[in-house]
Design a protein around this ligand. Structure first.
Ligand SMILES: [Zn+2]
Length: 325
């Protein structure tokens, strides 16, 4: 891979088939990458070994190719530095680095035991109350690992490309961060931060449901030796015609099912673009249209950069169903 172009990543978890929400996300990832002249690294985020499956990985790679999204790297079916389950030693090393700059302690709390402590009036995430911080649990009991945030940390401020200025206090939002769970699995927050650092990711494009993860990842990355965080773009989530968020749980249609029903890739892309608000109505699209679509729908986010680079207004050519292409 040429090192001069900025790097982002598409990092799916193979816990099921790609659905229309994932396709909308891919339009944003490849779209922002296209606008910034960047490349997209493919990373398989299978840190949750109970839910991830090899056949889902195979299916998602095939569906990606069918849709026309090309990553900058090839993820080998054999061991790969771009598949989390192949990189246990990397996370172990990172944990040792972390333990040199802050306290990492054993936590025996379960999801259930913590849920019982939840204030019924609390909305959203419950911060870990620090129960095990000074408990000194022995190695022999079933435990996860948490890092203790330092007391004097400042709030984490960052300019989100889509959402604007953000300010977060991880110690109040999530409390001491779980880095490994009781099953010995690295957590999403830890694995993704280590990966973005080791893969040299310059900007992160992801759904706005993950915006709260950003401050803690910026702080954790700093502890691991990254003073300048990536740029972040948190995009709108896919919604159905009634405005309800689409997810696998709500049986969002899979790309595989649409493919088998005879839909063309361009139709699936158009449906996905509508679901994430990139176009008002479903239409025929190609993966290469992503940059122009994102730029047109979120012009303000890129205006300054474009003007500085001397580019004019984008012109989007969207083919309507039935129109000659
Ligand atoms: Zn605990």
């Amino acid at each position: 891979m040429p090192a001069d172009k900025p790097l982002t990543r598409f990092a799916p978890s193979p816990t099921g088939l790609l659905h229309i929400g994932h396709v909308g996300h891919m339009l944003f990832v490849w779209g922002v990458a296209g606008i910034l002249g960047g490349r997209v690294l493919l990373r398989i985020e299978d840190h949750d070994r109970r839910r991830c499956r090899g056949d889902y990985e195979v299916a998602l790679l095939a569906d990606m190719e069918w849709l026309g999204f090309e990553p900058a790297n090839f993820v080998s079916p054999g061991p790969s530095k771009h598949r989390q389950s192949d990189c246990d030693a990397v996370y172990g090393d990172a944990l040792r680095r972390l333990a040199r700059v802050t306290s990492v302690y054993r936590c025996v709390c379960t999801r259930k035991s913590l849920a019982r402590l939840r204030d019924p009036g609390l909305q959203g995430e419950m911060p870990y109350p620090g129960l095990c911080r000074r408990a000194g649990h022995p190695e022999s009991v079933s435990h996860g690992l948490r890092l203790a945030w330092k007391r004097d940390e400042r709030p984490e401020s960052f300019e989100d490309g889509f959402l604007g200025q953000q300010c977060q206090r991880p110690e109040r939002q999530c409390g001491d961060l779980l880095v490994r769970d009781r099953l010995g699995q690295w957590t999403y927050q830890f694995a993704v931060t280590v990966d973005d650092l080791r893969h040299g990711v310059d900007f992160v494009v992801r759904g706005e449901d993950l915006v709260d993860s950003t401050g803690r990842q910026i702080r954790l990355a700093r502890m691991l030796g990254r003073p300048d965080p990536p740029r972040y773009f948190h995009h709108p989530l896919a919604r159905d015609g009634q405005g309800v968020k689409l997810s696998k749980k709500q049986r969002a249609p899979s790309v595989r099912a649409m493919r088998q029903a005879g839909m063309a890739p361009g139709t699936v892309l158009g449906e996905a673009a509508r679901a994430v608000g990139l176009v008002p109505d479903a239409c025929e699209l190609a993966a290469r249209d992503a940059a122009e679509l994102v730029e047109r729908a979120h012009r303000q986010a890129f205006r300054n950069g474009r003007e500085a680079a001397g580019h004019g207004e984008p012109s989007v050519r969207v083919r309507r169903p039935g129109a000659a292409s």
